[in-house]
Design a protein around this ligand. Structure first.
Ligand code: GPQ
Length: 836
């Protein structure tokens, strides 16, 4: 049956086509209808959660209508589309963002108020969609916002995890992980039970001769798991474009493969099969910058790549174009190597299913893919064991060997006298067991490879991927420095600052062109403007102080310098350096006379972040922070001069409260280890200053805002290798100030010293890999400069305003346009033009 309604009958459809609310009256009508019918509640029985659900459903209706129109328009125009493949999408909350993007937040505020609710309370009912770990997942979410805002036809593809990143609780100073039941009560997804793909695993490969006598391969037997699509509408800001995020959920298939295995009447094993299938999309792996090579993770990767590619190809085939046009219609971006199997899967489909010749297929594949690398840390680079892959994906392993063979042959031809290079660049590492190097596969299968900040991209070219630069030339490698969406990270998180800027610039246009911020530099000496700027920062600090009081019970002084480090806990990000610095400060204050204490700038050191459940050292750092907080916060000699706070369960919605409230934030990774960092941008955009190392995007932030507006310290990336080498050969002397800190820990000042030996000994005895001791003196000296600068509030304010004015470069819109021009070759599409 043709799904499209014939023209003579369409009049009735057009007449009754769903209408969008635009006025307060219409919004209230939709809201009440949803509460009374969809939710089966009433005015006698409507709490804030029901008001949230009703509001979300009213806005969802609106998004769905625009989403439908956008998809129709994009299909009709048939331009090249972007497909962003990411195992993580750290979306956070949706309602506030949806209201702001469609421009109806004030309408909703008034409507909710008429019906007895405060919009902020309603917004706060929403659970974060936390399908990600940290920066990589949040970058994917910022991409979606920008691609829609800039009217690019783009889809995100990911997994619909039943459990997103765990919820963190702090019990007796230790991290405890609790499951995240985010799907209960989530109105933003739209199940598409009719859109399914059956995905094969295991089995074996049969060789046969096709009709023309050519040798062909078929992948047979094994098991089948069904992928079901769930769609999430992604509205752009100030545009009708509403793109789609498609998340796959796994379910047992009722296909023939399963029936063979089912014993008639064996209900128990049928249910067990069901559960095993559902396990694939059950949980997000909670590691950041670490890959552990677990079979279930590989299953997740293939399941998601295969379902997404099937979907993309299904769409392409509807246009009846020739295969050679595929790269003109489809750009697939690989968010790290997690989706690198998509390269192999596309090659497999083209040669095994569509009958293309190898070379023709491979041309199409490499023109289609782009690969973004996010780290140089060796423990984060994915490698899959060959036996594991042989078992799970036998045909894919064959194709990987074939790709590798052709690649190595071409390398050998070009470098006939260099035997070594072949083993260095081989996709297969000759270890026991052999391993598939996914980054190499991603480079070989893509036409562009990019890093995420200048230093990072340079390091890729000069170290990790050096051989590939030699082989392919420098043009395959490029840099696109990360950015953030100003809609969420300025307008939504800091509405008053956004309003103040809009008032001065005469419009909110800067939210679409962030470089317009430079116009506020003209007001840096405007007294009234400066005062308002300061008032807003203070209010944001008060809001955070309230959150701290409510969640930790501690009172913090809003006049103190708020010093924040929030991000995943990792040794390379060096939260240990920060907490050692705090202990140093504590000891120094305790040694002061009453007179000296009067000169101390009061501080609140605020930490937040999750540790991977299996990362012992990271958990030890959290424990130390909480123990130091216990001691310092209760010490009557200290009072308001120093407070230490650990905010539990750091996530996107908490970041929206924290970023606008910082005076200073810390981005203090060992030089050369942080790909880019993106919270550094969020803090500066909200008027906070930063202390940081010459690492990742800190370097470009410095270039943009000026070095007088940032506190840089520490060794440079180019010196790291030498220092590590020296330590390794025993040339190591613990910094004397750090020694004093360690002595305090060893005196059991923060509880049993044995709890922290792993931390101190990694520095004193095991080579100080992250150079905490080497950078300690520079770090505390720079913090003294921060104190001094903070005492001159007028100058501090000028730095804050100037920095914000110069942050235009870090808009995700700039990033998206750079990818569109230099990697994807796609154009925006106006979805408001008539379709027929
Ligand atoms: N990043 Cl490899 C993650 O958040 N998780 C990861 O597994 C890897 C990288 C981050 C990286 O550490 C940051 O420096 C970047 O700013 C971020 O990706 C986005 O590019």
């Amino acid at each position: 049956v043709e799904a499209s309604i014939p023209e003579p009958l369409r009049e009735a459809w057009r007449k009754h086509s769903a209408a969008e609310f635009n006025t307060k009256e219409e919004f209230e009508k939709d809201l009440v209808r949803h509460i009374e019918t969809t939710l089966a509640r009433s005015m006698y029985n409507c709490d804030e959660l029901a008001a949230y659900s009703g509001t979300a459903l009213a806005f969802r209706d609106r998004l769905i209508i625009e989403w439908n129109k956008t998809q129709q328009r994009q299909t009709f125009k048939d331009q090249k589309r972007i497909y962003y493949l990411s195992l993580e999408f750290l979306m956070g909350r949706t309602l506030d963002n949806a209201m702001l993007n469609v421009g109806l937040k004030e309408t909703a505020r008034d409507g909710l108020s008429d019906l007895g609710f405060r919009i902020e309370d309603v917004i706060n009912q929403e659970h974060d969609a936390a399908l990600g770990n940290g920066g990589l997942g949040r970058l994917a979410a910022c991409f979606l916002d920008s691609m829609a805002t800039l009217n690019y036809p783009a889809w995100g593809y990911g997994l619909r995890y039943r459990y997103g990143i765990f919820k963190q609780e702090i019990v007796n100073g230790y991290q405890v992980e609790v499951p995240d039941y985010w799907l209960d009560n989530n109105p933003w997804e739209f199940p598409r039970h009719e859109i399914t793909v059956d995905i094969q695993f295991y089995g074996n490969v049969k060789k046969y001769q096709d009709e023309s006598g050519k040798i062909a391969h078929s992948w047979e037997d094994g098991e089948i798991v069904r992928a079901i699509a769930y769609d999430v509408p992604i509205p752009g800001y100030g545009t009708k474009t509403t793109n789609n995020l498609r998340l796959w959920s796994s379910k047992a298939s009722s296909g023939e493969f399963d029936f063979q295995k089912f014993n008639a009447g064996d209900y128990e094993s049928a249910v067990a099969d069901q559960q095993r299938a559902e396990t694939i999309s059950a949980v997000l792996y909670p590691n950041d910058n670490l890959e552990r090579g677990k079979e279930l993770r590989l299953k997740q990767q293939y399941f998601w790549c295969a379902a997404s590619l099937f979907d993309i190809i299904r769409r392409f085939k509807k246009t009846k174009r020739a295969w050679g046009e595929f790269p003109d219609q489809v750009a697939i971006q690989l968010n790290d190597t997690h989706p690198a199997l998509a390269i192999v899967e596309l090659q497999r489909i083209l040669i095994d299913k569509e009958g293309l010749e190898w070379d023709e297929a491979w041309q199409i594949v490499t023109k289609t893919f782009g690969y973004t690398n996010h780290t140089v840390l060796p423990e984060a680079l994915e490698k899959w064991s060959v036996p594991l892959m042989q078992n799970l994906l036998p045909r894919h392993l064959q194709i990987i060997y074939e790709i590798n063979l052709f690649f190595l042959q071409s390398v050998e031809k070009r470098f006939p006298n260099d035997r070594e290079i072949l083993s260095r660049v081989s996709i297969i590492e000759e270890s026991h067991p052999k391993m598939v190097r996914m980054a190499y596969l991603a480079i070989i299968g893509s036409h562009k490879v990019n890093g995420v900040a200048e230093l990072h991209s340079d390091l890729l070219k000069t170290t990790l991927f050096k051989d590939f630069v030699k082989i392919y030339g420098p043009d395959r490698f490029t840099n696109v420095t990360n950015g953030i969406t100003p809609r969420r990270w300025l307008h939504q998180a800091n509405p008053r600052l956004s309003a103040l800027i809009a008032e001065k610039l005469g419009s909110y246009d800067f939210l679409k062109d962030l470089t317009l911020l430079d116009k506020i530099e003209a007001f840096v000496d405007d007294k009234a403007f400066r005062e308002e700027w300061a008032v807003i920062k203070r209010e944001n600090k008060l809001r955070l102080a309230e959150h701290i009081k409510a969640t930790t019970g501690y009172d913090v002084n809003p006049n103190a310098l708020f010093d924040v480090q929030v991000k995943r806990i990792h040794e390379y990000k060096r939260q240990q350096l920060n907490i050692f610095g705090v202990i140093h400060r504590y000891l120094s204050i305790k040694a002061m006379s009453a007179e000296e204490k009067k000169k101390v700038v009061p501080r609140v050191s605020i930490f937040g972040g999750k540790a991977a459940p299996g990362y012992w050292m990271a958990k030890t750092i959290i424990h130390l922070i909480n123990k130091v907080a216990d001691v310092v916060n209760k010490d009557p000699e200290i009072g308001d001069l120093l407070k230490v706070i650990f905010i539990a369960d750091y996530n996107v919605s908490k970041a929206e409260i924290i970023c606008p409230a910082s005076d200073l934030s810390e981005h203090i990774s060992t030089a050369g280890t942080e790909g880019s960092g993106t919270s550094n941008m969020k803090f500066v955009l909200n008027g906070g200053l930063i202390i940081g190392t010459c690492d990742g995007a800190n370097i470009e932030i410095t270039r943009e805002i000026g070095e007088q507006n940032i506190f840089l310290f520490g060794n440079l990336a180019e010196d790291v290798e030498d220092l590590r080498h020296k330590h390794f050969y025993g040339d190591f002397k613990l910094d004397p100030q750090l020694e004093r800190v360690f002595d305090a820990i060893k005196d059991n000042m923060f509880g049993d010293k044995a709890d922290f030996t792993a931390l101190t000994s990694s520095i004193e005895e095991h080579g100080d890999y992250y150079l905490v001791s080497d950078d300690f003196n520079s770090y505390i000296t720079t913090h003294e400069m921060v104190d001094e600068a903070f005492q001159n509030q007028e100058e501090w304010l000028a730095k804050s305003i100037t920095s914000v004015a110069r942050m235009g470069f870090f808009s995700m819109d700039r990033v998206t346009n750079e990818y569109a021009d230099s990697i994807w070759n796609v154009e925006p599409l106006d979805v408001t033009e008539e379709t027929d």
